[in-house]
Design a binder for this molecule. Structure first.
Ligand code: PMT
Length: 419
């Protein structure tokens, strides 16, 4: 399956003659299985009609920042969150300048500012404009902020000049996007991610659970796929779509999650335990619905297996990453868990009071034996990519023996990987 399949590509079109090529780009993206939504600036609509992009993308085109109807359906924040990648093609000199300035005075600049996803621009302008110091400085500033600058190409321009400033052809942009969305840092690796809550049955209709939505774990699974890994997601009950190219096993209780993880762990290189696994379950499950009789009711609970600790204790344990959900003393509690569970890395987050659980954004403190890194508040998609980048780096160092993991573990490098 190709790397663009199932990806959400938000295409921003600004006012340049190359906008006509972006119509073809939409067609090609959809042929690769990507979902495409289009935002146009007012100037862009002078070159190509929104109807063209609507017909090709299969979705209404977004043009207005202050359009109450559009905001109600999918406003600029939703569009920004929806995107796996935001590509602005063509990107005019003026739009680049407005990006550098951090303007948000039309829909596309507002979406760009609100978007945590990878941002790429395909500049297109007259060769003299491209050569001007102002444009060069803007391009450098954008690159330094992590914006991917794709092109421009050299050649004959619409104005009759010849030189650098032509927008890359749709087929070249397609290849560049594929490469951007697949970092390859975990190519050939098997990654097992757990996500979501577990449900511990009390009787046939009731259960104990928690507020995990699964978003963080699903974002981690998607980021691992993007990094080239073969990803298995073992998920508690959530209402999220499986990330493209990940395999998914659904479970309900901690016991089921434990059984699924243990039966799949053998060929795993990296285990990332994002699930909010219930620590306890009712000691016995009533076979019939409990009746409301006494004024109080006590439930006896017994401990669930600690899946993460059990995986870390395996003789050929994979590289193990846990999460710590804390309402207080986050860092010291996380360090305690890192030691007690004997794992390689822990990502700590504050939860409760609309933090961590069941929300779009999060912040993580990632801690391992020899170091730590703070990942500031951001969308869970962006955070997951940052976390996976750290995991890939630590994993690579560990298997090369360049760093001593806390347990002095020897990793199980599978035949297919070392071949
Ligand atoms: O799903 P979201 O709404 O996006 O919310 C994300 C999240 C807050 C659930 C996530 O970021 C997070 O913190 N996940 C870990 C939740 C948790 O159970 O933390 P804990 O500190 O109780 O557990 C420590 C670690 O042990 C976790 O990696 C957990 O998966 C694991 N564990 C816990 C208990 C158990 N019986 N088995 C385990 O494997």
């Amino acid at each position: 399956m190709n790397k663009l399949s199932g990806k959400h590509v938000l295409l921003g079109v600004t006012g340049g003659i190359a906008a006509y090529k972006s119509a073809e780009l939409v067609r090609q993206l959809r042929r690769q299985g990507a979902e495409v939504r289009v935002v146009m600036t007012a100037a862009a609509t002078e070159f190509v009609t929104p109807l063209t992009f609507q017909a090709l993308s299969g979705h209404p085109v977004h043009t207005q920042l202050l359009d109450t109807g559009a905001e109600a359906a999918m406003g600029h924040i939703e569009l920004a969150r929806w995107a796996d990648v935001l590509l602005i093609a063509p990107a005019t000199a003026d739009f680049m300048a407005r990006l550098v300035a951090g303007r948000a005075n039309d829909l596309l600049t507002a979406v760009s500012l609100a978007c945590d996803a990878t941002l790429a621009i395909a500049p297109a302008m007259n060769r003299v404009m491209w050569d001007k110091q102002a444009t060069r400085e803007n391009m450098m500033a954008l690159k330094q902020r992590g914006v991917q600058v794709l092109g421009p190409a050299e050649g004959l321009q619409a104005c009759g000049d010849s030189g650098p400033g032509r927008m890359l052809e749709p087929v070249e942009l397609l290849a560049a996007l594929s490469a951007l969305l697949d970092t390859g840092t975990l190519a050939g690796r098997r990654v097992l991610v757990t996500a979501g809550p577990t449900r511990e049955a009390i009787d046939p209709v009731r259960y104990i659970s928690n507020r995990s939505s699964g978003r963080m774990g699903y974002a981690v699974a998607a980021a691992a796929v993007e990094a080239g890994a073969d990803v298995l997601l073992i998920s508690g009950p959530v209402s999220l779509e499986t990330p493209p190219r990940a395999r998914r096993i659904d479970v309900e209780s901690a016991a089921e999650m434990h059984a699924a993880v243990m039966s799949e762990i053998a060929l795993t290189d990296i285990f990332i335990s994002v699930a909010a696994v219930a620590d306890y379950r009712p000691a016995s499950v009533a076979s019939q619905k409990l009746k409301k009789t006494a004024a109080t009711l006590s439930l006896e609970l017994k401990r669930n297996p600690d899946i993460l600790a059990e995986v870390a204790a395996l003789t050929d344990a994979p590289f193990t990453v846990g999460f710590a959900a804390e309402t207080q003393a986050m860092e010291s509690n996380a360090r305690d868990k890192l030691r007690a569970k004997n794992i390689d890395m822990i990502a700590a987050n504050v939860v409760g009071q609309q933090l961590g659980f069941d929300c779009e954004d999060n912040a993580l403190r990632v801690i391992w034996g020899q170091g730590e890194q703070q990942l500031p508040l951001a969308g869970k998609g962006k955070l997951a990519r940052q976390l996976v980048a750290i995991i890939a780096e630590r994993f690579a160092l560990t298997i090369r023996g360049e760093t001593q993991n806390p347990q002095g573990k020897v990793f199980n490098i599978h035949a297919k990987d070392s071949a």
